[in-house]
Design a protein around this ligand. Structure first.
Ligand SMILES: [Zn+2]
Length: 72
């Protein structure tokens, strides 16, 4: 942590740029998305970083943990 403005992250699932609150001062909005323990474990096994809110909401709604393109 250098104290500089947090650089935008890139969602490892969909590739969209987003800013994870974990890198800034405010609480990460992803903490407001409720995922069950099994889903969280799958996410952590697959990705090292945070996902964008859009993906988190999609996964919370039952979408596959993998990239959207693979779910078609
Ligand atoms: Zn995403």
């Amino acid at each position: 942590m250098t104290g500089a403005a947090p650089a935008p992250e890139r969602c490892p699932r969909c590739g969209a740029a987003f800013a994870c609150g974990a890198a800034g001062a405010a609480p990460c909005p992803c903490t407001a998305v409720r995922l069950d323990a099994a889903t969280l474990a799958a996410l952590r096994a697959r990705y090292t970083g945070c996902l964008c809110l859009r993906c988190l909401h999609a996964i919370a709604a039952g979408a596959d943990v993998g990239p959207p393109a693979a779910a078609a």
